[in-house]
Design a protein around this ligand. Structure first.
Ligand code: HEM
Length: 523
């Protein structure tokens, strides 16, 4: 009997691991076979480790582009993940109409906001279309261009502080500015001002107050990795210990948002519902108004996620776009000359104020070409926007994808599609938007994924454009910039792709220019 018991224990010891191994092998083979008709690197066919390591290298955008150039527009990036870089498929995958929309993949689970420790379904990352609709519908109007023009005084106030700081700290002292950092600080402060009528205070202090920016970036450095292997998220970035630690100290960005909301609610309770405590209606006053109007129709956490998502989705992204514009203008002085000439002509005609207005700058063709080209050449989001193929399956770029396959397009790789954007698509050429026929221009515009596409595309695109179309001309009219290179005349910045393609180390010297309206004969 004892021998029989030993045999049973021994065989269980062998049988259980063998069964687990058999299940794993069967699963791997089944998932490999499902998509075996799709080309791609061998390592990617059996495990998501390859794409995890691409992200870890900080160069995933370049690796993705090389893979598309090697294997074609449809490439297998993982056992169940297929990347597409064919601009003609944007409407199909991201569904311009409501019915065509494919839902977001588990990639986004890792990106859920955790303003109080626990993951919360926000507009950006929720995979649940019902929650998405409930959160987005009431606030869409607040982000429309017609509404946003009333936000212009908030942008002006932040631009004034920005210009004063650049003037006194750098233009007058000739000190070298970490301009990349200052542009990011501007983007954060302007969002604070638009959302809460209160800047986060970076520009005045000239530093990353409470490490808000650094901590947000630290979060993206981790979650971008977890997004490539969503099963590790509950074990790594979102385990009970991490949740508990987060609940003890909310991230400073979220803490800033929560404090402003609490302050405003207290003020309203004191002085009656209609007094928002601010001169113009900022985003927070509109959010609170909507919450009251919906009368329980929106989730109780709605105001928190609306306000925090302005900061998390709208600050780093705009900072990255601004850096790309200035950096490329400085690297290609003939494009800088053209843009400055366009601005000078407008100023000579009295059509450009010292603080440029949206109305004055939105029709300037070379400025628009530079901004669009920056979003094409260096889109702030650097990983494929993942979606799930519906159960009936779909043919994408001539390739059959069974239902449940994860499919995603990388903006970086798609924007380098040579047949659409030309053989010079790796280069900074703002003229490409001006020298082509209107039909080709429209095709190129439809091939852009800078702000995503379809019903989950960027809600804050007009906010970003309002800032960019105002601050670029204002700074270029006020200062002359000189790129500071290292001893080997190398470009100064490095990039790190962790969902956002962040640039580090963009240094300039600034000097004051002539007064507004004067012609700059020195260029
Ligand atoms: C240059 C600046 C910006 C860029 C390049 C950008 C890009 C994007 C992209 C690519 C998406 C879709 C991502 C996906 O499909 O996974 C997105 C969504 C979103 N963005 Fe932006 N964004 C910018 C600025 C802003 C600003 C300023 C705000 C808010 C004030 C904002 C708020 C949002 C929100 C709420 C969503 C989610 C929309 C939805 O799912 O319905 N973004 N953005």
């Amino acid at each position: 009997m004892a021998v029989l018991n030993m045999l049973t224990a021994e065989s269980a010891f062998l049988v259980i691991p063998s069964l687990v191994l058999l299940i794993l092998i069967t699963q791997t083979l089944t998932s490999w076979t499902r998509l075996r008709h799709i080309p791609g690197p061998h390592t990617a066919k059996f495990s998501n480790l390859a794409r995890f390591l691409w992200v870890k290298s900080n160069r995933a955008h370049e690796i993705h582009t090389q893979l598309h150039r090697k294997y074609g527009p449809v490439v297998r990036f993982g056992p169940n993940m297929v990347a597409v870089a064919d601009p003609a498929e944007i409407g199909h995958i991201y569904g311009f109409g409501k019915t065509g929309a494919w839902r977001k993949s588990d990639f986004y689970r890792a990106l859920l906001m955790k303003p109080t420790g626990k993951p919360m379904p926000g507009i950006f990352a929720t995979q649940d279309e019902t929650i998405h609709k409930a959160l987005k519908r009431p606030i869409s109007g607040a982000y429309s261009m017609s509404t946003l023009v009333s936000f212009e005084p908030y942008v002006d106030a932040t631009m004034r502080v920005f210009c004063d700081q650049l003037q006194t700290r750098f233009a007058e002292t000739k000190a070298v500015a970490d301009f990349g950092m200052w542009l990011q600080m501007f983007a954060f402060d302007v969002i604070g001002q638009l959302t809460f009528s209160k800047r986060l205070g970076f520009l005045e202090r000239g530093e990353d107050v409470d490490n808000v920016m650094a901590r947000l970036w630290g979060m993206f450095r981790q979650t971008s990795l977890a997004s490539q292997m969503p099963w590790i998220d509950p074990l790594w970035t979102n385990n009970p210990l991490k949740r508990w630690m987060r609940s003890k100290g909310t991230s400073p960005g979220a803490a800033f948002a929560m404090e402003r909301i609490a302050e405003r609610r207290a003020l309203m309770a004191q002085s009656g519902k209609d007094d928002w405590g601010v001169k113009e209606r900022d985003f927070l006053s509109r959010f609170l108004e909507i919450e009251a109007k919906e009368n329980g129709g929106v989730p109780p956490y709605a105001v928190s996620v609306w306000a925090s998502s302005n900061i998390t989705a709208g600050s780093d992204t705009t900072g990255i776009l601004l850096r790309t514009i200035f950096y490329n203008l400085l690297q290609h002085p003939q494009t800088m000359d053209k843009l400055v000439a366009e601005l000078n002509t407008a100023a000579e005609k009295g059509e450009l104020d010292e603080l440029a207005s949206w109305k004055q700058t939105r029709e300037l063709p070379y400025l628009a070409a530079c901004i669009t080209e920056a979003g094409r050449l260096h889109p702030p989001f650097g990983l494929p926007y993942e979606r799930v193929v519906p159960p009936e399956g779909a043919t994408v770029s001539g390739t059959w994808l069974p239902g449940g396959t994860i499919v995603g397009m990388s903006a970086w790789a798609t924007h380098r599609h040579r047949p659409l954007f030309g053989d010079d698509c790796d280069d900074w050429v703002p003229e490409r938007w001006l020298r082509c026929s209107p039909e080709h221009r429209r095709k190129m515009e439809n091939g852009l994924l800078t702000f995503g596409a379809g019903h989950r595309s960027c809600l804050g695109k007009h906010v970003a454009y309002l800032e960019v179309y105002k601050v670029v001309p204002t700074l270029l009219r006020k200062f002359k910039f000189e790129l500071v290179r290292d001893a080997h005349h190398a470009p100064t910045w490095t990039v790190e792709n962790r969902w956002f393609i962040m640039q580090h180390g963009f240094f300039v010297r600034l000097s004051p220019k002539l007064a507004s309206g004067d012609v700059d004969h020195t260029r």
